[in-house]
Write a protein that binds this ligand. Sequence first.
Ligand code: HEM
Length: 398
Amino acid sequence: MTLPADTWGLHDAHFWLRGQTREHPVEFDAERGMWIITGHAEVLAALSDPTRFLSNLSSAFPDTVDMSFNEGNLIQMDGDAHRKLRRLVSNAFTPKVVADLAPRIAELTGELLDAVDGQEEIELVAALAYPLPVIVIAELLGVPASDRELFRQWVDVLFENPQAFSLNDDQEKLKEDFAEQTTVLKPMTEYLIGHAAERRRAPRQDLLTRLVQAEVDGQRLSDTEVVNFAGLLLVAGHITTTMLLGNTVLCLDSFPDQAERVRADRSLVPTAIEESLRMLSPFATTARVTAEDVELAGRVIPEGQLVLPMLGAANRDPRQFDRPQEFDPARDPNPHIAFGRGAHFCLGAPLARLEGRIAVNLLLDRFPAMRTIPGRPPTFMASPDMTGVNALPLRVTA
Ligand code: HEM
């Protein structure tokens, strides 16, 4: 049994979800003018070598493209600047801060599920998978969760573009695409600047306050750094977890025997979530630029090239995973790289895992069954860089 990916209208770019592999784990995509890494060992090698595979992508783009919206964005920084900023924000975003959220996450999940109580059918994303993570991240940051429709508008423009961008596009088009991102992000930046300034004046018990106060070696974050990090948390912190929740339920639906196994033995919920991250990795790909000529799997990637380490494809690599197309909720070991690896390993992984565990357990408690509805298949996010359900209609009665 495999995932019925063909019936889901998935983006063509998601070849690994159709059981396909590339001929070579490191290939140059001449059409898009960039390198594609699909092998698990090769993706790991790239992510574990931040000096030769840079996260700041600006050098791969023509000078005319304005990438200033990335300034102070942790995910696009390298070297000492990245280490320092990561240390500072980690001081504010500690495992304890995350662990303390457990009761609130359970309470919110309960309330959201109460709202659909008694219904035979629910749409999981609207009912739970979208609102839960967005409310959690908004409350954690200290911005009003009631503004979540605004957050959704910003995220939709960022991630709903079905076009895979190409370095072979003419410069005008690239310039326009990036200018659009800056325009989209402006209201979010202004929104967060307002809230950060407010916290400097009147500190509260929230992450924004911790960020404006965090210090390493007597140094504080600049306003740009606070706002860009808060923006990254707001965007990365909710849409990815939305995908994780929807994808996990979809994996359970596609493998009913395994779903019964998890229902009967809840100690399998954490490993089932890891397996869902492997099977349907929300961040399908990330990006790097080579700082020098690099040899990988016998191919030489020249300096200054844009490289896409494809996390989703690597997580199905048959050289690394036994039965890669099968959902095994007890898979152990499961060295998936859905949260990345190395210097940029996802800072929000503990939060995403916590939300996943609480939500999946409560869904199993509430609903005697969770099955997709014939004729109403799930729909997926349009972006080639994301793998996640946008809508997942479910029948929840036995
Ligand atoms: C980085 C995936 C949830 C915040 C990353 C990276 C991946 C990733 C692959 C590394 C990117 C790279 O190396 O270029 C995911 C997935 C999630 C998730 C699959 C959910 C299932 C979250 C949450 C938050 C978050 C909930 C925050 C609350 C971050 C941050 C970074 C990051 C701040 C940048 C770390 C750095 O550059 O040092 N995430 N993420 N993520 N993630 Fe997540």
